[in-house]
Design a protein around this ligand. Structure first.
Ligand code: ZN
Length: 139
């Protein structure tokens, strides 16, 4: 039997730069060229200055754990062999409140702390899909 493949994101012009960046090992976030605001999730208009002149930029990949939970039930066949895993909201350092939903790796649930420093890493789930994940920054 073939191993299960991951569910793939349905991308569009707004979200494809994020996924293309991940495939290239870069964390890419939408940014307003008018006022400099980083925007995630991507949207067609800047919420601060209403500009539609939006681009995408690579960010540092550094951040802190804003919130997290452990997932113990697989909601798709691909995840059966992966549970339990940690889902986290990462607060990226570029801007207060710039949050990214991701996974924590190379750390066990009892060792996770709110506000702990993390950095991006990339996990290739299939030839079409690489996802940004976050790992603790070594002390
Ligand atoms: Zn703006």
């Amino acid at each position: 039997m073939e191993p299960p493949t991951p569910p793939l994101p349905i991308t569009d012009a707004l979200t494809e730069p994020f996924w293309a960046g991940a495939r290239a090992g870069r964390l890419v976030i939408q940014r307003c060229r008018g006022c400099g605001l980083y925007i995630h999730l991507p949207r067609p208009v800047c919420r601060r200055c209403q500009s539609d002149d939006l681009g995408h930029e690579e960010v540092s990949g550094r951040g802190t754990v804003y919130s997290f939970t452990e997932t113990r039930k697989a909601f798709h066949p691909f995840f059966v062999e992966r549970v339990p895993y940690l889902v986290a909201v990462i607060d990226l350092e570029e801007q207060p409140g710039l949050h990214l939903l991701s996974n924590l790796v190379r750390v066990a649930e009892p060792d996770v702390r709110f506000n702990m420093a993390v950095r991006v890493a990339f996990e290739e789930l299939s030839p079409e899909l690489t996802i940004p994940v976050f790992e603790p920054v070594p002390a």
